[in-house]
Design a protein around this ligand. Structure first.
Ligand SMILES: [Zn+2]
Length: 428
């Protein structure tokens, strides 16, 4: 971002914002509900030729003609004629704090190398763990900040980030401190998740490492107030359902809210463990049994799907249609990480959802706004354009919201507005 643009931002940030006469406003209104499911997930609340007024960071008014009492104020006006306004996108599942580069490993995989061959050359998750342990906090912060800035350019105004590449107390805390600092220095909200149970480190037995998570990491992280959520990778050869439940029980004792990586390759009881512990979301779900779907039916736990992983690893896609037909609320996220989904482009995730998860355009938009907000427990505050909610919104340079997915691979986003401030403007 240029200094000139920063000073322009500082100038306009002190003002209230009036977005005038948008051709389409996609409100994703929830009318007090926390999320949308079933047929309701296709309801996006389209209104035509409306203006939106944001005061002190919150949406104050939506309508056709600005009331005279609001007209006198110091206002930045943005003409949105022939443009479309949407709520800011929410990426509710990322691993964006990491060091190192696994491009060579990717290239080997494309050329046909097996996982074992790649691991022999030092590839895989433990490669990233080594790089993260070696990196200083400042190095990690600089790398991660750049990635979040890139996410903002695709329309992300709220983002979640996980630890999980430290796999020892010092390095997990280092990662969480970086995530908390990102929240301080960047204009978007960054929500920290503790994912010590991402993999087992080489230098400890499984029992030793689980004890470290339970009795060292969780108490210290809670004491320092470094995380809101607790996560685990519940999968064959990783953390079993029983181990996951044990870790979540300890996390909830320290007020951490469970979210879970589960059902990516096998159904091993992760969904049932997550539900027992009050998880706010279950993420991945590429492999679902009838029993798993039944367990989620009618619950408020969000199914967060990550089609970028299926694309990148060439594995099956989650049964989104079956979930929606069973009234399970579906969210979408990038899962941005160096091993299985190296992209922060949430618009690409949306494109995959439409083409490969067979979600319709409207379901997809709700999945990255109101339902993604629910996956972070913040849908009372963000995820829709409604009076009283935070002024987080996007202006796309198209008169028809369907263009955002129809014209794929192209970023038509013009303005990103966070708490009533223009935080990013893409050159068109
Ligand atoms: Zn993940």
């Amino acid at each position: 971002m240029s200094l000139l643009f920063k000073s322009f931002l500082n100038y306009i940030c002190s003002m209230n914002v009036l977005i005038e006469n948008a051709k389409q406003v996609i409100t994703c209104h929830s009318r007090g509900r926390k999320f949308k499911s079933g047929k309701n997930q296709s309801e996006i609340g389209l209104i035509n030729n409306h203006s939106i007024y944001i005061e002190n960071g919150r949406i104050k008014w939506i309508g056709n003609k600005l009331p005279s009492v609001l007209r006198k104020k110091n206002v930045l006006k943005i003409n949105a004629g022939n443009k479309t306004v949407l709520p800011g996108f929410i990426d509710s599942h990322t691993h964006l704090v990491f060091a190192g580069n696994r491009a060579d490993e990717y290239s080997m995989r494309i050329n046909g190398s097996t996982y074992e061959q790649i691991a022999k050359t030092g590839g895989g998750i433990l490669n990233t763990v080594e790089a993260v342990r070696k990196a200083s906090k400042n190095e990690l912060l600089e790398l991660a900040a750049k990635r979040v800035e890139s996410s903002i350019g695709f329309g992300v105004t709220t983002i979640e980030a996980k630890s999980g590449y430290g796999l020892d107390t010092v390095s997990e805390i280092k990662m969480l401190e970086v995530i908390n600092e990102l929240n301080q220095i960047l204009p978007v909200d960054v929500y920290p998740t503790f994912l010590g149970a991402h993999a087992f480190p080489k230098d400890k037995t499984k029992d030793e490492y689980i004890d470290e998570i339970l009795y060292e990491m969780i108490p210290q992280i809670a004491k320092k107030n470094l995380a809101i959520f607790i996560d685990a990778f519940c999968e064959r050869k990783y953390f079993s359902a029983a181990q996951t439940e044990k870790i979540f029980r300890q996390g909830t004792k320290f007020s951490l809210i469970p979210k879970l990586h589960t059902n990516q390759f096998y159904s091993v009881g992760g969904i049932q463990a997550a539900l027992k512990c009050g998880a706010v979301s279950v993420d991945h779900l590429e492999v679902m049994t009838a029993r798993d779907i039944k367990a989620l039916k009618g619950k408020s736990t969000i199914a967060c799907l990550l089609p970028g992983v299926s694309y990148f690893l060439d594995i099956p896609y989650a049964p989104a249609r079956m979930l929606i037909e069973n009234k399970v609320p579906v969210a979408l996220a990038t899962d941005f990480n160096p091993g299985s989904a190296m992209s922060e482009n949430i618009q690409f995730t949306m494109s995959l959802a439409v083409q490969l998860l067979r979600m319709n355009v409207e379901e997809t938009i709700n999945a990255v706004t109101i339902n993604a907000a629910a996956a972070l427990g913040v849908s009372h505050n963000v995820g829709s354009i409604e009076t009283g909610k935070q002024g987080d919104l996007l202006i796309f340079d198209t008169p028809n919201y369907k263009d955002i997915l129809y014209h794929f691979g192209v970023n038509q986003l013009e303005y990103v507005i966070k708490k009533g401030e223009v935080i990013h403007k893409n050159p068109l």
